[in-house]
Design a protein around this ligand. Structure first.
Ligand code: HEM
Ligand SMILES: *[C@@H]1O[C@H](CO)[C@@H](O)[C@H](O)[C@H]1NC(C)=O
Ligand SMILES: *[C@@H]1O[C@H](CO)[C@@H](O)[C@H](O)[C@H]1NC(C)=O
Length: 323
């Protein structure tokens, strides 16, 4: 091939790759607000120093933003019919961290950095602070102008069987590999007893526990979430290492020690089971590295869902309100 033609191909491939990511690019703010990423990082760090449980909450916030109306900050909007009031969004936390970062960004670069991009950076920073991998976050998202609780029904539920989880992820362009990799985010953070206690006491028609729960773990879960006890009590999603971003979540799923029913079901379906098995592995260090490599790729994919760029949407002045 002639050199001219070759270059043309290279340019075409690069152009296609960019459009596949919705025109986002790393360094989007390098001239308009060069300190933006650092401001977000130090804000997340200072909140994390006060309360390390904020890290998983920020990661979850970004996921919930992306699955409804795309990654456009719609989850941050306040109001009686806004997305954040939906049942599937109960328990979301970390809004004050995003607001804090935004007010500092407005002081440095007025009207430049989107709330949607702050969420994407904060999610990455949260993973790094809990010992997970780092990656370069493509930016340039614009903030959306719609936020409705009625649209939050496409978020996955902890009761969803794999078939439904698969359907909800594939509707966003994410395959089984992405699904298992991203749910690996449950290696950090916690859940309320009320989201899984039915598995402990009233799972089968005869009122028994879920037979897929590891017998020794069942006793521990029952002790943490007594029958008719406080449904708001918190339990680690990754028992034994909830503060550390590692592969132990997958080992737990393999061993019947998953907490949410949706997590444990990943072991029942043959396709998702083989993905869990790859991460759980037998050689701890080696497979831990693999998750560290795959998680950023899956996050970049999730962070690009239905993004608004260019002149679409707006750059909000305050993350909880449309301009
Ligand atoms: C089938 C998919 C998923 C289901 C059914 C699901 C469900 C849940 C539930 C029920 C909780 C507990 C909420 C609470 O008690 O307040 C939770 C927490 C969490 N989820 Fe998911 N999730 C899914 C996928 C994901 C994905 C893709 C991510 C991120 C990439 C994620 C990140 C998190 C994190 C980090 C927490 C802990 C939050 C905290 O400690 O505040 N989840 N999830
Ligand atoms: C047990 O489950 C059944 C069927 O899902 C439900 O009708 C019943 O109210 C549950 N009982 C308790 C005590 O939660
Ligand atoms: C139950 O969990 C323990 C670790 O907590 C594990 O060693 C054991 O193999 C598990 N049992 C089954 C049947 O998977």
């Amino acid at each position: 091939m002639e050199e001219g033609k070759l270059w043309c191909c290279v340019v075409m491939v690069l152009t296609l790759m960019r459009s596949a990511c919705g025109q986002l690019k790393a360094g989007f703010y390098s001239s308009s607000c060069p300190n933006a990423e650092g401001i977000v990082r130090s804000t997340v760090q200072s909140h994390f120093n006060q309360d390390p449980t904020i890290a998983p909450s920020l990661l979850r916030l970004h996921f919930h933003d992306c699955f409804v109306q795309g990654c456009d900050g719609s989850v941050l909007i306040s109001g009686s019919s806004a997305e954040k009031t939906a049942l599937s969004n109960t328990g979301l936390r970390g809004f004050e961290v995003i607001d804090d970062a935004k007010s500092q960004l407005e002081a440095s670069c007025l009207g430049v950095v989107s709330c949607a991009d702050i969420l994407a950076w904060a999610a990455r920073d949260a993973v790094v602070l809990t010992g997970g991998p780092s990656w370069s976050v493509p930016t340039g998202r614009r903030d959306g102008t719609v936020s409705l609780s009625s649209q939050a029904s496409n978020l996955p539920s902890p009761l969803d069987p794999v078939s439904v989880q698969r359907q909800k992820f594939s509707a966003k362009g994410l395959d089984d590999h992405d699904l298992v990799t991203l749910v690996g985010a449950h290696t950090i953070g916690q859940t309320d007893c009320r989201f899984f206690s039915y598995r402990l006491y009233n799972f089968t028609a005869t009122g028994n526990s879920d037979p897929t729960i590891n017998q020794s773990f069942l006793g521990q879960l029952q002790a943490m979430c007594p029958k008719n006890g406080d449904g708001l009590r918190k339990v680690a999603l990754d028992s034994g290492s909830a503060a550390k971003f590692d592969v132990s979540f997958f080992k737990n799923v393999r061993d019947g020690n998953g907490v949410l029913e949706s997590d444990q079901r990943l072991w029942e379906d043959s396709a998702t089971r083989s993905e869990v098995q790859k991460y759980a592995g037998t050689v701890r260090g080696l497979f831990g590295l693999r998750f560290d490599f795959e998680f950023p790729k899956a996050m970049i994919k999730m962070s690009s869902i239905e993004v608004k760029t260019g002149s679409q949407g707006e750059i909000r002045k305050v993350c909880s309100k449309f301009n």
